[in-house]
Design a protein around this ligand. Structure first.
Ligand code: NOJ
Ligand code: CA
Length: 690
């Protein structure tokens, strides 16, 4: 269809006689959907934004291995449509209330050849994008079935600038690449990576989602998935001849994709689009496509800040294991952390290396490395339980599984009872290395089900969960609000990786990619930048200024935020540490002030329980001037702003610790010009003057 003709149609918002016709053409705000069955039986959809093509004539379908069946040519048996406009309250998050407003279309299809296998394609059209999924209704000829492939396509209209990481079945801890679509080269990119535990590349043209693109006309397009349950994760394979992505599902050990039983609904495939980058970050479409909370009583779920016996192992001050005389998780050392947490009002202390098994946890691929209940002899778990309780601090449990999800599953109840008996209600899990023993991948159906089982089981024990090395998040924190954060991307620990480390632009890309699926346990807050404090030959350094480390608490939303550095490094800068102490982890409102993927982000958030605001602004390797208008503040009120900014001579490469703190009275009319250094940032607390 010609573009001009399409625009006319879209304006009058035709929902072409939904019951009979094979065409749906409709819009919700600026986003338009066209979906129909072609003469040859293939089912295609297109997405437009304000009349501009976003995704065009892309076909949908699935291929089954058992029964052997290709479901890509259909008959149409009817179309249902409905409209939903409601709002819901978050348990925690970036805002109190979320509007969920969409038009839904269900295409009832059956296979063209025999008309005896049924599949529905469900579209939900929002004002900021489109979600669609496959549904296998209950039916006679398809009860248990094995999925061989999903033939979902996304045809792009242009050689967009793209922020991508290599497609991979096991890891998402890559540095981001920024190239045109036609220049994607996952193999070359991955060759530069030397510090990732397991790499399972797919093909030179495969990338992971959330995938962020920008067209030459200034459209921002994000592709991902929502509600990934009982199904493998989706990667995308690009055909460079026609700029069309096809879904690549993560296989199991014998190459199948999923073992399913009808009725079944696939995860949603999501396309978020806007001509403003800020609206991509503000989108709540992925959360809206997830089911409401499955946890009835959510009162045990509390956003929190924590410190931990953690970074000292990563930078060589201490070890996870007992031998070697540098064990970090000793009773004495953990008491120091508890004291520090109590003094500065942190909720928790993460303790890694408290339990036996770390001597040979890595690379041996054993099923029973850890039992999750046996402390090292120099870790007095009972004494520390009492000590922490007396100080009003919670110890955060660490369950590294070293890839033995099977071993962990057998011990979940024992491990969580041990936690409850020792007054712990938050666990950080980990899946470093190959998943053993059956050759599954981190992102396949089996592990997706494992992560979900852990979320459900922790909820039964009223435990909050933070998973490291999991599949990419897809908004499931709406359904399981105790599953508060995940790693699932390159986090702070990679500052310590010898090869690529973390480049200043990384934090300006993550919110547009990884964080689209949910909060990240990024562990910000490093105050010491040359990482040779304990091993003098260590070359690694943190590519950030100190002020930027503060700003990350606002720009990288998570209800679990760590202050990652060592207490002794915070002691040297207690004035700047004040911001980490004060910044909330739960918000009533969020305003994305300005953003450009790869370049900069500025966000203001309003505290959950009072009228204070906190602002974070970050840049990439380029210095910039931030022209900050405080027009989000209540009119007729006065506020005290404390500004933590880069000093004039700050620079992530040469002078990262140079910061300046100043106070100003601000109102809704205030405008400030703030200089941000190369690799720098700015954090501001804005307290209401009563
Ligand atoms: C990788 C995790 O991301 C990190 O935080 C943890 O310290 C190590 N694994 C050890 O479990
Ligand atoms: Ca840049």
């Amino acid at each position: 269809m010609k573009k001009s003709l399409f625009i006319v149609f879209a304006f009058i918002s035709i929902i072409a006689n939904a019951q009979k016709s094979n065409l749906v053409l409709t819009s919700n705000g600026p986003v338009q959907l066209m979906a129909h069955l072609q003469d040859d039986g293939s089912f295609v959809y297109s997405v437009y934004y304000k009349g501009k093509p976003v995704v065009g004539n892309s076909s949908l379908g699935v291929v089954l291995a058992k029964p052997e069946l290709t479901l890509t040519k259909f008959m149409l048996n009817g179309v249902d449509s409905s409209f939903v406009n409601q709002s819901w309250e978050t348990v925690w998050g970036e805002q109190n209330t979320i509007r969920n407003k969409y038009k839904e279309f269900i295409f009832h299809l059956s296979d063209q050849q025999t008309n005896s296998y049924f599949v529905n394609i469900i579209f939900r059209l929002f004002e900021d994008g489109l979600g669609f999924r496959y549904e296998f209704p209950k039916q006679k000829n398809l009860q248990y079935f094995i999925l061989k492939d999903e033939a979902t396509q996304f045809k792009m209209f242009g050689d967009h600038k793209t922020f991508w990481i290599p497609g991979d079945f096991d890891t998402n801890e890559y540095a981001y690449n920024t190239t045109k679509l036609s220049e994607i080269d996952a193999f070359t990119a991955s060759k530069k990576e030397k510090d990732i535990a397991v790499v399972s590349l797919i093909s030179p043209n495969a990338v992971q989602t959330p995938l962020m693109m920008k067209s030459s006309e200034g459209l921002y397009i994000n592709i991902h998935e929502a509600a990934l349950l009982n199904y493998p994760a989706m990667n995308l394979e690009l055909n460079k001849d026609n700029l069309t992505f096809t879904s690549v599902l993560v296989p199991d050990a014998v190459g199948n994709k999923a073992y399913l039983q009808a009725p079944f609904k696939s995860p949603w495939r999501t396309i978020i689009v806007s001509d403003k980058a800020t609206e991509i970050l503000a989108s709540k479409m992925i959360l809206n496509l997830n089911e409401p909370t499955a946890i009835k009583n959510t009162s045990f779920i509390k956003p929190q800040k924590f410190v931990g016996v953690w970074w000292e192992m990563h930078i060589g001050k201490a070890t996870w294991f007992k031998e070697g005389g540098k064990h970090g998780a000793t009773t004495e050392n953990v008491k120091k952390y508890i004291d520090f947490a109590a003094q500065h009002k942190f909720d928790g202390v993460l303790v890694e290396g408290w339990n036996t098994g770390w001597e040979d946890w890595f690379g041996n691929w054993k099923e029973d490395v850890f039992d999750f209940v046996t402390p090292y002899p120099d870790y007095d778990v009972d004494a520390l339980t009492k000590y922490a309780k007396a100080k009003g601090v919670k110890i955060i449990m660490h369950h590294e599984t070293s890839g033995s999800a099977i071993g962990y599953e057998r011990r979940l109840d024992t491990a969580y009872r041990f936690m409850i008996n020792h007054d712990m209600n938050t666990v950080k899990t980990g899946y470093v290395g190959k998943i053993i023993p059956r050759g599954e991948h981190h992102d396949g159906q089996w592990m997706v089900n494992h992560y979900t089982r852990v979320a459900e089981k922790t909820a039964q024990y009223k435990i909050m969960l933070d998973a490291h090395e999991p599949v990419h998040p897809t908004g499931l924190h709406r359904t399981y609000p105790n599953w508060m954060a995940n790693e699932a991307a390159r986090g702070t620990e990679f500052n310590n990786a010898p090869t690529l480390g973390i480049l200043p632009e990384h934090n300006t890309i993550l919110p547009f990619t990884r964080l689209m699926g949910g909060p990240m346990d990024y562990t910000p807050g490093l105050f010491h930048f040359q990482l040779n404090q304990f091993e003098s030959d260590r070359k690694q350094k943190v590519n950030s200024t100190l002020a930027k480390q503060l700003a990350l608490y606002v720009t990288m939303y998570s209800p679990l935020q760590m202050a990652a550095d060592l207490p002794e490094n915070y002691q040297k800068h207690l004035d700047a540490f004040q911001f980490i102490k004060e910044v909330p982890v739960n918000w009533s409102a969020t305003k994305i002030i300005e953003a450009e993927p790869g370049d900069y982000i500025t966000i203001a958030r309003k505290a959950k329980n009072n009228k204070d605001w906190f602002i974070g602004s970050i840049t990439d390797e380029n210095a910039r001037s931030l022209n900050l208008k405080f027009d989000f503040l209540d009119k007729n009120k006065k506020y005290k702003a404390i500004i933590y900014r880069d000093s004039k001579d700050a620079d992530f490469a040469t002078n990262p610790e140079a910061y300046t703190i100043e106070q100003k009275i601000v109102t809704a009319n205030t405008e400030l010009l703030i200089q941000i250094a190369k690799g720098g940032g700015c954090a501001i607390s804005v307290f209401e003057i009563k």
